[in-house]
Write a protein that binds this ligand. Structure first.
Ligand SMILES: [Zn+2]
Length: 337
């Protein structure tokens, strides 16, 4: 299988990054990121791709009839972008693996602001492919764990912290598929929590929660939900029926680590980061994250250069580390403290 015909996956994105610029452009065209043909906006005739040194990609479109020119990037994701395609693919790759922005700056010669801008674009792309409106959890015989959590804690309860409003996030977790959804709610009262449940959970779902009083009315909703609780003041697992919400709580912890990694997440962006987290989990569910990481590693190990780059990321302040295979655990930067 040639590189061109491989599907776009993280592990062969790495191979593409190693190609020269002209081959990368060829790949982008083949994958439909760049168009492979273009018609002149003036006369409508088919344009020709010509070499140009003053263009960032080394090529631009030209009409042979009226000499009208236009950029290779017109109408593409990279329209108005000033970074070269290799750097762009690196940013995508690092974003996919959640490499910290500060580490990316040291690996690619782009300033942090640019990286932040592209990551925002990628996050929005991811979120829009997630289509939150159509997400439904549970169904007959399926268990959904729910739990609410305070996301931005008031640290000292005095001074400027008093002004920081508390942010309540409501989480839903479907057992089996492990699909998860986090929604910021204005208050953790019955009105707000029941509304989210009503919107996202399918009828006849079995819902597990703690004994927060807002949940007592779940059975009143006209969706034939079954509802069981565990009293967290007494147990982690209800000894009578085995009900627990350990899964959603463990997902909370990973989500909080994810947010912490993105140091200085603006509070306005919190929902989009949470959705990005949900999206990442949902693709790992489909593509199986393990395979993705395993394959990308075999490819990384072939390339010493990248191994040293990754080692630099992992070592403290550029301290030299022994060149060694990057193990899945170490490569999973999400877990890094
Ligand atoms: Zn023309």
């Amino acid at each position: 299988m040639t590189l061109l015909s491989k599907p776009i996956e993280l592990y062969n994105l790495k191979e593409v990054i190693d190609l020269n610029q002209a081959d990368i452009l060829e790949w982008l065209k083949f994958k439909g990121v760049f168009p492979s043909t273009k018609n002149c906006s003036k006369c409508g005739k088919s344009m020709k791709l010509i070499q140009r040194n003053d263009s960032i990609d080394g090529f631009s479109w030209r009409c042979t009839t009226d000499s009208k020119r236009c950029s290779l990037r017109d109408g593409t994701y990279l329209q108005n972008s000033r970074i070269d395609v290799k750097t762009f693919l690196k940013i995508v790759y690092f974003w996919a693996f959640q490499i910290r922005q500060v580490d990316q700056v040291s690996m690619i010669s782009v300033d942090r602001h640019t990286i932040i801008t592209y990551q925002q674009k990628l996050r929005h792309l991811a979120i829009s492919s997630f289509d939150i409106e159509s997400i439904k959890l549970g169904g007959e015989g399926k268990v959904v764990e729910i739990d609410e959590s305070l996301f931005v804690k008031v640290k000292h309860n005095k001074g400027k912290d008093l002004k920081r409003p508390q942010i309540w996030v409501f989480g839903l977790y479907e057992r089996g598929t492990k699909l998860v959804l986090f929604i910021i709610v204005p208050k953790r009262d019955a009105y707000n929590l029941l509304n989210v449940i009503y919107k996202f959970v399918l009828p006849k779902t079995i819902i597990y929660s703690d004994c927060w009083r807002a949940y007592t009315r779940i059975r009143d909703l006209d969706k034939n939900f079954e509802h069981f609780t565990v009293n967290h003041n007494l147990f982690f697992v209800n000894p009578e029926n085995g009900v627990h919400t350990n899964s959603i709580e463990s997902v909370w912890n990973s989500a909080k680590v994810h947010i912490k990694l993105m140091r200085g997440v603006s509070r306005d962006y919190l929902q989009s980061y949470l959705l990005e987290f949900c999206w990442r989990r949902s693709i790992s569910r489909i593509a199986t994250r393990f395979k993705l990481i395993k394959d990308s590693q075999s490819c990384i190990q072939e390339n010493e250069n990248v191994v040293s780059v990754i080692n630099n990321v992992l070592s403290k302040k550029g301290e030299k580390m022994k060149k060694q295979p990057v193990t899945p655990k170490k490569y999973n930067l999400r877990k890094r403290k």
